[in-house]
Design a protein around this ligand. Structure first.
Ligand SMILES: [Zn+2]
Length: 270
């Protein structure tokens, strides 16, 4: 839903191939693609990419300011005697896939000058946009940003659920049964280019998502994710999906605009 809505609502100055029906279908199909890599049949891939679906901000914030480069963050974590896969790598993966998308769009812009067919690079852009959508969608789900990932841990004065069901109950069956595309679309923000540094903007997006962690547990306690849930739980969930779709759309749009920028020449003046 997030992938489809993001692409459907792209501004008109993004190339039309990205909004064509075949591209929409492909981008929607790719939404769950990184979950297809979470299989014991591919153990090395699974181990490397599972941490890219989440970040426990309570743990990551021991390493402020968060380094923008993945290996710098991992080095700090290892130096502290910890492991990146217990903290999560969400913003690094999202930013890197966004940069892949931007690089492919830059190649797309350059091809006419070289009198080459654009179809192959269009396929690459569609793949990167769909792949990116998975992480941006994960990043709209509060339970992907917290140690409270799937059942409350630690002091629990409000008596929130500790059973390991809330995560999937919320984002899986409850969404499938109750949340529909028109409601989510109505909650989306107007399209805009994302100003400034994308890594910083993405971390800000995750921090905003994180402010809703306790809200998810409150809604669950009120029966919000059983059956049809409550009006409050349906509104909340639609807004979260809309936040993901809006962020993905704005990231794709920003990649397109930024792909027009000249590449800095590292060797200028050397
Ligand atoms: Zn995921």
């Amino acid at each position: 839903m997030i992938n489809r809505l993001a692409v459907q609502t792209l501004p008109a100055d993004v190339p039309a191939f990205l909004r064509a029906p075949a591209a929409l279908d492909e981008i929607e199909y790719l939404g769950p693609e990184p979950d297809r890599w979470r299989s014991p049949a591919e153990p090395e891939l699974n181990a490397a990419q599972a941490p890219e679906h989440f970040i426990d901000l309570e743990l990551a914030d021991k390493f402020l300011p968060l380094p923008h480069k993945r290996l710098d963050f991992e080095a700090e974590v290892f130096a502290a005697g910890e492991r990146p896969e217990t903290i999560g790598l969400q913003p690094w993966e999202a930013d890197e896939v966004w940069e892949r998308l931007k690089a492919a769009m830059r190649a797309y812009r350059q091809l006419p000058a070289e009198d080459k067919d654009r179809h192959p690079v269009e396929q690459a852009i569609i793949f990167y946009a769909g792949w990116l959508g998975h992480y941006v969608g994960d990043g709209s789900q509060p339970l992907h940003t917290t140690i409270q990932y799937n059942g409350w841990v630690g002091p629990n004065p409000h008596g929130y659920t500790t059973s390991h069901q809330i995560h999937w109950q919320f984002e899986g069956p409850f969404v499938a049964a109750n949340i529909h595309l028109p409601q989510v679309k109505a909650d989306m923000t107007p399209a805009k280019a994302i100003p400034g540094d994308m890594f910083d903007a993405y971390v800000t997006y995750l921090r905003h998502t994180h402010t809703y962690v306790e809200k998810v547990y409150q809604l669950e306690k009120e029966g919000g994710f059983v059956g049809a849930g409550t009006a409050a739980s349906r509104d909340f969930t639609a807004e979260r999906l809309a936040a993901g779709a809006s962020m993905l759309r704005d990231m794709i749009y920003s990649a397109w605009l930024d792909s027009a920028q000249p590449v800095p020449d590292l060797y200028a003046g050397k």
